[in-house]
Design a protein around this ligand. Structure first.
Ligand code: AMP
Ligand code: TRP
Length: 333
C-alpha cells in the first residue's frame, strides 16, 4: 500500500504554548510513529511576517521552534522538518493560486476578520488577506492527503480544497484534495484568563497562556491565577468554562478519562485541583524542556537538520510546481 502524506505547519511568531503542543505538535509525533504515513512539517516563517515581527526575534523563534519540535519527539530521520522560506516553490505556487482565489472567499475567513480587527483599515497588509492562499500552496505542493490542525484552521482547509478543485477543473487533475485531521478531544485549549478565547502566544496578557518552555514557578503562578467561577465544584460543563478548560489540560497531559478526574476532586476546592494540575503540567513538560536545552545549544546540528529538510522538501515541491507552471501555459526555461 502506498503511504499517505501528512503535511502541517506552525508559525514561529512567538514561543509555542501548550495549546500548540496539545492541539498540534503532540499529534504530529503520534502520526510520525505510524508507518502508513509519510510526514512533512514546516515552520512557516513567511506566514509569521503577515503580522509585524522583529527580525532577530523571528530568527530566534524559528530555531527555538525547530528545537521544540524535535524535543517533543519529531525525529528528522523519520520526518521531513523544514523552514518555509527555504523552499521558494511556496511563494511561487502562491502567486498562481492567488489568481484562482476569489476576494469574497478570502473576506469570509474568520481568522482574517479577527486579525485585521487589530489594525486600522488603511494598514491591513495584503499578506494577511492572502495568508490562506500561502497555506493552500504549502499543502498542495506536497500532494498531502491529511493535514492535522486545530479546529481554528478548518476554514482554511476548505479554502485549500476549493482552490485545488478549481485548478483541477480549469486545467486538468493536478492536486490531491487534502482532508483536515482534527482531533475532537482537547482540540481547543482556551486562554487561562478568558475561557471564551483560544489560548494564543500572541495574547497581550502573559497570564493567559502556558508556554511549553515556562519554568515550574511560572506554570504554578499562572494556573493559580486562572479564571474560574463561583460555583466552587470541579465539574465538566459549559457553565464552568474555566474549569472545563483546566480539566481538558489535565486530561490531555495524563491521558486520563475526564470523568475519573472529576470524581477524584469531588468535595475538594479549586485550590487543590489547581495545585495538582500545576504539578501534572510541570512533570509533563520537564523531559521536553531538558531535551530542548541540549538542542538549542547545538546550532550546528540544527543547521544540518533544516538544510537536509529543505533539500527533501524542495525536491517534492518542485515536482508539483513544474506541473503547475506547464499547465497554466508558462514556457519551461
Ligand atoms: P499557530 O500557533 O497559529 O501557528 O498554530 C499552530 C498549530 O497549533 C495549529 O494547528 C493550531 O490550530 C494549533 N493551536 C494553536 N493554538 C491552539 C490552542 N489554543 N488549542 C489547540 N490548538 C492550537
Ligand atoms: N495557518 C496555520 C496556523 O496558524 C499554520 C499553517 C501554515 C499551516 N501553513 C500550513 C497548517 C499548512 C497546516 C498546513 O495554525
Amino acid at each position: 500500500m502506498e503511504k499517505k502524506t501528512i503535511f502541517s505547519g506552525i508559525q514561529p511568531s512567538g514561543e509555542p504554548t501548550i495549546g500548540n503542543y496539545i492541539g498540534a505538535i503532540r499529534n504530529w509525533v503520534e502520526l510520525q510513529e505510524n508507518e502508513n504515513y509519510e510526514n512533512i512539517y514546516c515552520i512557516v516563517d513567511m506566514h509569521a511576517i503577515t503580522v509585524p515581527q522583529v527580525p532577530k526575534d523571528l530568527r530566534r523563534h524559528t530555531l527555538e521552534l525547530l528545537s521544540v519540535l524535535m524535543a517533543s519527539g519529531l525525529d528528522p530521520e523519520k520526518t521531513t522538518l523544514f523552514i518555509q522560506s527555504h523552499v521558494p516553490a511556496h511563494a511561487e505556487l502562491t502567486w498562481v493560486l492567488n489568481t484562482l482565489t476569489y476576494m469574497g472567499q478570502l473576506n469570509r475567513m474568520t481568522q482574517y476578520k479577527d486579525k485585521s480587527k487589530r489594525f486600522e483599515d488603511s494598514s491591513i497588509n495584503s499578506g494577511l488577506f492572502t495568508y490562506p492562499v500561502l497555506m493552500a500552496a504549502d499543502i498542495l505542493l506536497y500532494q498531502a492527503d491529511y493535514v492535522p490542525v486545530g479546529e481554528d484552521q478548518r476554514q482554511h482547509l476548505e479554502l485549500t480544497r476549493d482552490v485545488a478543485e478549481r485548478f483541477n477543473n480549469r486545467y486538468s487533475p493536478t492536486f490531491k484534495l487534502p482532508e483536515a485531521l482534527i482531533k475532537e478531544e482537547g482540540a481547543r485549549i482556551m486562554s487561562l484568563q478568558d475561557p471564551e478565547a483560544k489560548m494564543s502566544k500572541s495574547d497581550a496578557n502573559k497570564d493567559s497562556y502556558l508556554l511549553l518552555l515556562d519554568d515550574p514557578d511560572a506554570i504554578r503562578r499562572k494556573i493559580k491565577r486562572a479564571v474560574t467561577d463561583s460555583v466552587g465544584v470541579v465539574a465538566y460543563n459549559d457553565e464552568q468554562k474555566g474549569i472545563k478548560n483546566l480539566l481538558n489540560i489535565y486530561a490531555s497531559f495524563t491521558n486520563e478519562d475526564i470523568g475519573n478526574i472529576v470524581d477524584r476532586y469531588e468535595g475538594k476546592g479549586y485550590g487543590v485541583f489547581k495545585e495538582d494540575l500545576a504539578e501534572v503540567v510541570v512533570e509533563a513538560l520537564r523531559p521536553i524542556q531538558e531535551r530542548y536545552n541540549d538542542l538549542i545549544n547545538n546550532k550546528d546540528y540544527l543547521e544540518k537538520v533544516y538544510k537536509k529538510g529543505a533539500e527533501k522538501a524542495e525536491y517534492m515541491a518542485n515536482k508539483t510546481l513544474r506541473k503547475v507552471y506547464k499547465k497554466v501555459g508558462f514556457i519551461p526555461r
